[in-house]
Design a protein around this ligand. Structure first.
Ligand code: AMP
Ligand code: GLY
Length: 425
């Protein structure tokens, strides 16, 4: 079987590692892939958003199954385009991917179907948004409607900051078309939990929970990033909370999407906050999270490709989705200066030594002309430690991560500490 993975980050490298475990897979391809994926896959130099190019290439090369991992090709309809040429693909179609592609859509969906989320208003008119802010309670959260690589969310402590946020989105168009509409919502508090779930539109099978660390610096300081590290399972997510989320959030969401004629198949990501009033949805993503995938999939005991095929075929109810009872920790190694500006092209050393006791997952890396692996992005690597318990997983990840070096390397030193603190509360 020939399988193509669309994307080229740490999430895609992790997916490739798991798919390679299936003995039916004879050849793996990645578009565009990265320096680490090149060891497992033949990398084809398409942009992940090149729907027409990738679809035509997949047809020409008789690809049997495609995994569309990033949000933008999903929102552009890559799964629909592949279906048109007869190639089954993992991921939601365009109509369902809107659950991530438009925050206005997802907030209205939750309101209509009674799914718990922060109270909100949506605005297409700048003056109306500013007028609303004159009397709203602070802090408040201002979000750009469309995809903005995790950067379109601004938490504002004062009225001035909130108006500035609306200015940046609606007037200065800092987030391009994504900011034409904005959502202004209530500020919630509580521990955050990420839950990725497989669904075929009929049943939903949640994966082990995880915790992201979004800020660039230790103690959750600095700018928001795509994610500087993760742990799984998330110690804040008790079995009681998991059951409540299933009844109050996961099943109602799948049913709501069906009722809207937008059946969701693939991996639905629930970004949740455990507030004093119960679990609430902060955001939906229409795909695996990055770097959540790097800790979740290494704990998956069942066969990933079989599960992915079951989400497409509607047979997930009969498919085993089992996780290991252990823990995992992923420490992201980034280029100094990320998420603002950084240099690339530095040779990375220590990869082999780090790989002895940990999984070394590539994100922004590439092979240069000399055959060296060099930095090629903001988030460069994810180093994943696995152990029976969380403290062991954290130590293993850091022991391995410290063996890696390149110019201007930056990593947080406290990934998992918030989770450990929650365990002793
Ligand atoms: P998002 O891109 O929607 O995941 O938002 C990025 C981060 O902003 C989340 O992980 C939260 O930490 C924070 N956030 C988003 N919405 C809210 C909210 N309503 N209340 C408090 N924090 C929020
Ligand atoms: N780690 C958060 C995301 O993938 O959106």
């Amino acid at each position: 079987m020939k399988v193509l993975i669309v994307g080229g980050g740490g999430r895609e490298h992790t997916i490739a590692m798991k798919i390679a475990e299936n003995p039916q897979v004879t050849k793996l391809y990645a578009a565009p892939g990265n320096g680490g994926m090149a060891a497992l896959c033949e990398c084809v130099p398409f942009k992940a958003t090149d729907v027409a190019g990738i679809t035509a290439w997949a047809k020409e090369n008789a690809i049997d199954f495609v995994v569309v991992a990033p949000d933008d090709p999903l929102c552009l309809g890559m799964v629909d385009a592949l279906a048109e040429v007869g190639i089954p693909a993992f991921g939601p179609n365009k109509a369902a991917a809107i659950i991530e592609g438009s925050k206005v859509f997802s907030k209205n969906l939750m309101k209509k179907y009674g799914i718990p989320t922060a109270a909100y208003e949506t605005f297409e008119d700048y003056d109306a948004a500013v007028a609303y802010l004159q009397t709203a309670d602070m802090p408040i959260v201002v979000k750009a409607d469309g995809l903005a690589l995790g950067k379109g969310v601004l938490i504002c402590n004062t009225r001035e900051e909130a108006i500035e946020a609306v200015d940046s989105m609606m007037k200065d168009e800092k987030f391009g078309a994504s900011g034409k509409s904005v959502v202004i919502e209530e500020f919630l508090t509580g521990p955050e939990v990420s839950v990725l779930a497989f669904t075929d539109g009929k049943v939903v099978k949640p994966m082990v929970s995880s915790m992201d660390h979004k800020r660039a610096l230790d103690h959750d300081e600095g700018l928001n990033t795509g994610g500087m590290g993760t742990i799984a399972p998330n110690p804040c997510y008790t079995p009681e909370l998991a059951e409540r989320c299933m009844q109050e959030i996961f099943l109602p969401t799948i049913n709501a999407m069906n009722a809207e004629g937008r059946t969701f198949k693939g991996c639905l990501y629930f970004g949740l906050m455990m507030t004093p009033k119960g679990p609430k949805v902060i955001e939906y993503n229409c795909r695996f999270g990055d770097p959540e995938t790097q800790v979740v999939l290494p704990l998956l005991k069942s066969d990933l490709l079989t599960i992915m095929q079951a989400t497409v075929n509607g047979t997930l109810a009969d498919t085993e989705v089992e996780f290991d009872n252990g823990a995992a920790c992923c420490v992201v190694i980034a280029s100094g200066g990320y998420p603002v500006s950084y240099k690339s092209g530095y040779v990375i050393s220590g990869l082999e030594a780090a790989g002895e006791n940990a999984l070394v997952i590539h994100a922004g890396t590439k092979l240069n002309e000399n055959g060296d692996i060099v930095t090629a992005g903001g988030r460069v690597l994810g180093v994943v430690g696995r152990c029976k318990c969380l403290p062991g997983a954290i130590s293993k990840a850091y022991e391995a991560a410290k063996k890696i070096s390149f110019t201007d390397l930056h990593m947080r030193s406290d990934i998992g500490q918030r989770g450990l603190a929650a365990m002793t509360d």
